[in-house]
Design a protein around this ligand. Sequence first.
Ligand code: ACO
Length: 173
Amino acid sequence: MPLTPDSELDLLFPASLISSELKAQLHPDLHIRPLASTDYRRGHLHVLSVLTIVTDPGEAAWVHQYHAMRSAPSTYYTVVIINRSTDMIVGVGSVFIERKFLRGLGSVGHIEDIAVDKDQQGKKLGLRIIQALTYISENYGCYKTILNCNDSNIPFYEKCGFKKKENEMAKYA
Ligand code: ACO
């Protein structure tokens, strides 16, 4: 199935927030855009499953979560890379904007859940996703963009321009 145009989709945020310079750097077979309300059917959870355990909640619950995120203004930004000939997702990533009282009511961008389909890894899709998310975060005015990752992904994030700083602590419920 060929690519569905952005204009026919309900998107999580305006597509204009993705830099046109970055869009031009993608391979012509690929398209980058915000997550759409119908992306459950384009393999969103399948791509995310390369990252961690994904329990399929079913389409209705997925769509409910999408609308909950969409109704929080200027907070959730998920981008997807689509294969134009199949209209399926091959890469995904998110940045969440946190508003603060410090740094003159500053904001921080938190990058989360970056995943590229196994067959498509090593083709700069991860890099483009990080560039798109960092652009959104900086364009919003965030004074920093941060993320957590395991040791094996440190070289990838260094290639994306990030530096190791401090430690992550976690307490799972
Ligand atoms: N070790 C060393 N270098 C790496 C690694 C790695 N693990 N991964 C990528 N790179 C390098 C590439 O060689 C490339 O270098 P180059 O510019 O010199 O050619 C550069 O980083 C950019 O790599 P991409 O091709 O953009 O990487 P890819 O598209 O494969 O995406 C990703 C990287 C997202 C880590 C992908 O492999 C993936 O989905 N892995 C499984 C899920 C995962 O671990 N996600 C990240 C979790 S952390 C988080 O979500 C915040």
